[in-house]
Write a protein that binds this ligand. Structure first.
Ligand SMILES: CC(C)(COP(=O)(O)OP(=O)(O)OC[C@H]1O[C@@H](n2cnc3c(N)ncnc32)[C@H](O)[C@@H]1OP(=O)(O)O)[C@@H](O)C(=O)NCCC(=O)NCCS
Length: 169
């Protein structure tokens, strides 16, 4: 367990994954994750198993330090053994948004990535109009590396995305 100021990063349990499935099928959440199709329970179980078991992924639950409540997840994907890089993904439940938990969770994951996993670079992809996410990532130390024009087809139109990154040095 990794304790930050507002949240702690803890193992992602199967019970928590049931709550995650509910969130990911909500329209607004699916939108920001650039998903078009609903997730079935079977698909969700396969996703959970592969995320937990993959050697190139590390997933954490985000818990509220005040009451231990499960707020969402933050994880690293595609950890590369040579380049020492990985992709960050994050999802907080709708109730948890806008209270500083996201910034604290991203900072915690970066600390883990650089100090414990010996990574050199953490990158991510975010819709350019996801104002809350872009601001959260910038507050946590990410900078924009470039704009990917019409990268994702979301809500009936092609939308730009930013690639952002944070480095250890
Ligand atoms: C994106 C996400 C991780 C942000 O976490 P959060 O806890 O809501 O964000 P924070 O409370 O830490 O806010 C960080 C900054 O963004 C600002 N912000 C938050 N929501 C905002 C909004 N809707 N519009 C503008 N700014 C916003 C905050 O004011 C804060 O800046 P400040 O400290 O200068 O005031 C979270 O909302 C989430 O999981 N969203 C759904 C999934 C998603 O979009 N994931 C990213 C896909 S790449």
């Amino acid at each position: 367990m990794f304790r930050q100021e507002k949240v702690s990063l803890a193992p992602f349990t199967w019970d928590q994954a049931q709550q995650y499935l509910d969130w990911v099928n909500q329209e607004e959440v699916a939108h920001w994750l650039t998903r078009a199709l609903p997730v079935t329970p079977f698909e969700h179980q396969r996703w959970y198993e592969s995320l937990i078991l993959r050697s190139d992924a590390v997933v954490f639950s985000v818990l509220n330090n005040q009451d231990g409540a499960y707020l969402g997840n933050v994880w690293l994907w595609g950890v590369h053994s040579l380049h020492r890089s990985a992709e960050l993904r994050i999802l907080l439940g709708p109730q948890a948004k806008g209270k500083g938990f996201g910034t604290d969770a991203v900072r915690g994951l970066l600390r883990f990535a650089f100090q414990d996993l010996n990574l050199n670079k953490v990158y991510l992809y975010v819709l350019a109009n996801n104002v809350a996410a872009v601001k959260t990532f910038e507050k946590a130390g990410f900078v924009k590396e470039g704009t990917l024009r019409q990268e994702f087809f979301v809500a009936g139109k092609y939308q730009d995305a930013y690639r952002m990154a944070a480095h250890r040095g």
